[in-house]
Ligand binder design. Structure first.
Ligand code: DX5
Ligand code: ZN
Length: 229
């Protein structure tokens, strides 16, 4: 996938029907999703549990776009190989998940997949300053990770602006995750974000039997973001 700065919408399947992942993934892609965001939680780094590598492997054949795997797990290093083998196109690890983010990002790159680094809302930007040459994406959390449907934390907007400055002319995406909807998407897009994760705001009101609602939601978020650039 070639790098570009167009707005990309990455629905989080955390907000989809857990009995129907294959059909949900096919529906959001048919309705205009650019990436598929997979939230992996371990009940330790975050207070919730979701998908092991076998689940991610089962999603893979349904994803025709780009499978973006957000690891909210600690430790992370022992599981990188398994999530890469499961078919992740990008693996994002949290800077707070261990003492050696540089080693973690090297391990992700060694698997031949794209590497993302994520920051919780309370984590300062200095923590990623020295790994910028190792990453394909910076994920700025705008909620405390663990659950969908939380309220957007506004300090992420200024953080986005500062990450955009840190990136300079490098080909690094800025992804925003948490509470993204038609009201908050323009704020982060104007600040320099290009990949918007949205769970509730994409899946609300729709279903695999009414997928056109997903399309309306995706188009509304994209239009709001693009209008702000
Ligand atoms: C939170 C996850 C998010 C979450 C976003 O821990 O990383 O991806 O699913 O959900 P919404 O868009 O509902 O805030
Ligand atoms: Zn996420």
């Amino acid at each position: 996938m070639a790098f570009d700065r167009n707005i990309k919408i990455a629905p989080s399947i955390l907000a989809s029907d857990f009995a129907n992942f294959g059909a949900e993934i096919r529906a959001i892609e048919a309705q205009g999703a650019d990436w598929v965001h997979v939230d992996v939680m371990d009940g330790h780094f975050v207070p919730n549990l979701t998908f092991g590598p076998p689940a991610v492997k089962a999603f893979r054949p349904h994803v025709k776009t780009f499978m973006d795997v957000h690891l909210m797990i600690a430790p992370v290093d022992p599981y990188i190989e398994a999530y890469a083998a499961a078919g992740a196109d990008m693996i994002t690890a949290h800077v707070e998940a261990g003492p050696h983010i540089h080693r973690t990002l090297q391990a992700i790159k060694a698997q031949g997949v794209k590497a993302g680094v994520s920051l919780n809302p309370g984590t300062p930007l200095e923590s990623i300053e020295h790994v910028m040459d190792l990453v394909d994406m910076v994920l700025i959390m705008t909620v405390n990770p663990g659950f969908g449907g939380q309220k957007f934390i506004h300090s992420g907007v200024d953080k986005t602006r500062r990450v955009r400055e840190m990136i300079g002319d490098r080909d690094i995406y800025i992804q925003i995750d948490g509470g993204v909807d038609v009201t908050t998407a323009p704020l982060v897009a104007a600040a320099g974000a290009d990949v918007l994760v949205a769970g509730s705001a994409v899946f609300k009101g729709g279903s695999v039997d009414q997928p056109e609602v997903y399309g309306e939601n995706i188009r509304a978020i994209r239009a709001a973001a693009e209008a702000a650039i």
